[in-house]
Design a protein around this ligand. Sequence first.
Ligand code: ME8
Length: 670
Amino acid sequence: MSNTFYITTPIYYVNDVPHIGHAYTTVAADVLARYRRLTGYDVFFLTGLDEHGQKVQEAAAKAGIDPQAYCDGMAPRFQNLWKRLNISNDAFIRTTHPRHQQIVQRALQTLSDKKLIYRADYTGWYCTFDERFWTEKDVVDGLCPDCRRPVEQLSESNYFFRMSQYQTALRNHIASHPQYIAPSSRRNEVLGFLDKPLNDLSISRPKSRLSWGIELPFDTNYVTYVWFDALVNYLSGPEYLLPTPSVNRYWPATLHLVGKDILTTHAVYWSTILMALELPLPKTIFAHGWWTVNGEKMSKSRGNVVDPYAMVDEFGADAFRYFLLREVPFGHDGDFSRQALIGRINSDLANGLGNLLNRTLTLIERFSHGVIPEPVAAAETDLDKELQRTALSVVNEKLRLAFQLSTKAPVESEQSKLALNQALEAIWGLVQLGNQYIDKTAAWTLAKRPEDQARLHTVLYHATEALRFLSVALYPFTPETSEEMKRQLGLVLNFSKPLLAGDLQWGGLLPGTKVAKGKALFPRIDITAKTQGEVRVMTPDQQSSDPKEDPTKSVASQVESGTGQISMEDFLKVQLKAAKVLSAERVPKSEKLLKLQVDLGNEQRQIVAGIGKRYEPDQLIGRQVVIVANLKPAKLMGVESQGMVLAAGDHEVGGLVTILEEVDPGTKVK
Ligand code: ME8
């Protein structure tokens, strides 16, 4: 069995900035590449840009610059995004590179020499957007059957690739290689397409109509059809982008990951081009589903395009990566909404994983002087065994199954799945079990009794060891988080080593290691009634304080799970004070947020309050308000808020809380 794993994303058109769809495919490919590296594969992960063709020529013309300068300006928009998202591609291809152009010309010349390219006159219906001709029967009411834009009749002489010649061979290949096109619903789609007669493919465009492309080696009046140029990137990338030509090492590609929109070009055009070049076909072409936004198609005109840079700025790369792969079964369509993203961050990342790390480290600091204790075999119980069993099965069995690919799996149903969301579900099964383990084993009770020391040590060791398993399992999905877990847990792990080449063994954690509790992995995002729609990122200390029994649970969660009552002691922790509004202004781009400067007697504070729908800034100046004075500062829409103004209202703000008589600013409210 080959130990190489060559994975590609589509090369994206540079006619527009990258959006969530591009991020999705690239993040998924990154997760697969990282996992394969962890399991010891020789990975080559290629992504890049499709820089020729009509769309790019038009975008450059619109921008009033030369197409090459336009491409050079756009390329960093993609490259920087991949850095921000921690994409671990081994190479980045741009189709305007002279070496790629030479390789495309070489392929065209080979096909021409083999008489697989011929010239013919053609009249058909042309769709400028899709850059392709349609036949009379394809066109519906004068519209392109693909993008539904108007088509125009064009007559021109062009060069054609004898694609039709390969129809039967392609059908046979798909039939005898069930993993070739995945998921299986997509395979059926392609087979359906191949039921109709396959036409030859026009692989040229007259320069009179389109000049931005690779010149045909045998006719300088033409440039190459952009798809022929683009698909060849999968061969040219390994040929010239690595220090030594590596096509023989990596071809055939293990996996072309694409969106369902470009399945035909890959499954039919690319496969037949490869057959004509007498090269082996890739192992799998996997077409994933489509993202909509709040139930709508994403488009510039709707103004709902999700900017991945903004997502990373606001929520961090890992939260965004996690959401993309957790929310939707890979292969299915999905819907993006801020609400769903924030929901996942709060429930899975902050309350689930972040909490587990935080609780475990708090216990080790409290009850083991910040050092991982030695477990005692005799003190193990069924709870420990269950945790061990689950951790081992998640990492050594479930992950492997979810990531299975054609090279490994003989069974069709498994190989065509790439069940990335199931991998995450399995990992979160362990997160949940870890939190239950901490609840059930109640280390804080064990710590009170000297005779329970061995049990206490065993419990603390087990909880930390489960986190070590999690840090490795999560690395492909959330690499920054794994590094941070490793740092806080004091683990000796090198994620660039093939840690999962064999089974991960329980007990690898070294007793005596000093832990270093740090920032919360994922701050909870609070969408309060006051800040409706705006998000408030809470600092770790706001997330948890130290209640009496379980020192790892926050007051808030005890209130949530209990009777809703708090003690006087808890209430007194909140410092309420009278303050006077000195100035007020709106926070740019927010309907709700006002930035207030308030006088607290011996200090002045800036507070951001979600009262902008109820009050105009001018109405507030000189008013007496009540504030929470000891709330940790937080940023709201990038503006620091050093406290909170009290107001009444269930959903909408009804009115500000004030004090009947004028008191000095800074006076305590009790
Ligand atoms: O087609 N949901 O480039 P492109 C999910 N240059 N994925 C999406 C998406 C969405 N809403 N929108 C885009 C091209 N994608 C050619 C490819 S390859 C030899 C040439 C992703 O910039 C998805 O992977 O239009 C889709 O296939 C790709 O972006 C299309 O990118």
